[in-house]
Design a protein around this ligand. Structure first.
Ligand code: AMP
Length: 175
């Protein structure tokens, strides 16, 4: 099945000029969701991953399914103020302003080999912040997986420069 056909594009959302790549339609499709998770998981079985980390919020849905397939635990990387216990935080740049991601200080254990999941990589700012949180917690990021890559925005290259191999399932032109 061509998974790209199941992604809905919403022009000018959330602001003019942005083509929003909406994966709710992909996740709602029984065969499409299964194939998406299977394709993300397939190359990971040999990597001795101890935990999968997902980024709030679409990364939770995909990352939870991947963790279950690999029989690993799941680590939640959340937006500011959502995690109830002690946290580490990293602030990162958006096009306008900044945002903050957090992780519980005890989520990552010494020796953890973590695979990071989110729905889409654009500039890579969000994923870089998540990688920094995992590394500051003492974990190794063995790779990162995304359903969608927007190559024009250069995120994949940024992660590869941080020595994080990247796997994506499809690409879209533009922003
Ligand atoms: P970035 O930090 O620039 O790599 O942006 C990645 C995050 O923003 C991901 O969590 C995406 O869900 C979201 N995002 C950025 N651009 C888009 C887009 N065109 N369509 C849907 N989600 C996007």
């Amino acid at each position: 099945m061509d998974l790209k056909q199941l992604v809905r594009t919403i022009p000018d959302h959330p602001k003019p000029g942005i083509m929003f790549r909406d994966i709710t339609t992909l996740m709602e499709d029984q065969a499409g969701f299964k194939q998406t998770v299977d394709e993300l998981v397939e190359p990971l079985r040999e990597l001795d991953i101890t935990r999968v980390a997902g980024i709030d919020a679409r990364g939770f849905i995909l990352g939870g399914a991947v963790a279950h397939q690999l029989s690993t635990g799941f680590v939640a990387i959340r937006k500011l103020g959502k995690l109830p216990h002690t946290t580490l935080s990293v602030e990162y740049e958006l096009e306008y302003g900044t945002d903050t991601l957090e992780i519980h200080t005890d989520s990552v254990k010494p020796g953890d080999r973590i695979f990071l999941i989110d729905d889409l990589i654009a500039t890579g700012g969000t994923a870089c912040a998540a990688i920094e949180l995992i590394r500051r917690s003492g974990g190794t990021v063995v790779g990162a997986g995304f359903v969608i890559d927007l190559p024009a925005l250069g995120g994949r290259r940024k992660l590869e420069e941080m020595d994080v191999p990247v796997r994506t399932l499809m690409e879209f032109d533009g922003e």
